[in-house]
Ligand binder design. Structure first.
Ligand SMILES: [Mg+2]
Length: 215
């Protein structure tokens, strides 16, 4: 067998093992959000508080603003007022490298922020909960990416909410790598959302391959 054929023969079992891992139920559970919504302003803050949630960790890019934008939509501003009115504490947790990206948005929304969070690693989540004075049982994670926001939140036992990305513009690694994997796992496009903008239930009851089809 030539060296190239040998390399292929060795790679196939590894790829197969990777696919098996991908279809592993435990992995699906860690990528499955508790709620799916079209946008943050669709999140019912009173319902969150009624579940025992006291604090929300917020992703920035394509969750609160379009990617790399400082523009906060009026609906997001209004929703943040609802967050505070419901007695929820909030903090922006971003993988952005500098405060220059995060600070203007956080100050306009009147919430603290954390940069270099390295989601889905747990460090940023722990720093945020320390800042918010909350525990995993009383904290919700809200973001647009399954492999950073939802995976990181679920691994720590947070209540997780997946939003549709505000803008189609995003980092090439996200659009070329993460989004296709999300779709492979059953993530539905924004057009599939009902008019009320909310998908799924509030319990982790549906398998990931039915993500977005409701319960
Ligand atoms: Mg994001």
């Amino acid at each position: 067998m030539c060296s190239r054929s040998l390399a292929v023969a060795e790679a196939v079992p590894r790829l197969t093992a990777g696919c098996c891992l991908f279809h592993n139920k435990a992995m699906h559970a860690t990528l499955r959000p508790h709620w799916l919504v079209a946008q943050v302003s669709d999140i019912n803050c009173a319902a969150l508080a009624a579940r025992g949630v006291q604090a929300v960790i917020l992703d920035l890019d394509n969750t609160l603003t379009p990617w790399r934008s400082f523009d906060i939509a009026p609906a997001v501003m209004a929703w943040m007022a609802q967050v505070k009115a419901a007695g929820l504490r909030a903090c922006i947790v971003s993988n952005a490298a500098t405060a220059r990206r995060v600070r203007p948005v956080a100050e306009e929304l009147g919430v603290p922020w954390i940069t270099r969070a390295c989601k889905p690693l747990p460090g940023g989540f722990h720093r945020a909960m320390q800042l918010l004075g909350s525990t995993p049982e009383t904290t919700a994670m809200i973001g647009d990416q399954m492999f950073t926001d939802i995976l990181g939140g679920n691994r720590l036992g947070l209540f997780t909410i997946l939003v549709e990305p505000i803008s189609p513009h995003e980092a090439w690694t996200t659009s070329l790598l993460q989004r296709p994997l999300e779709r492979l796992l059953g993530r539905v496009p924004r057009e599939a959302f009902p008019s009320d903008g909310v998908q799924g239930g509030d319990e982790r009851a549906q398998p990931i391959d039915q993500l977005g089809t409701g319960v």
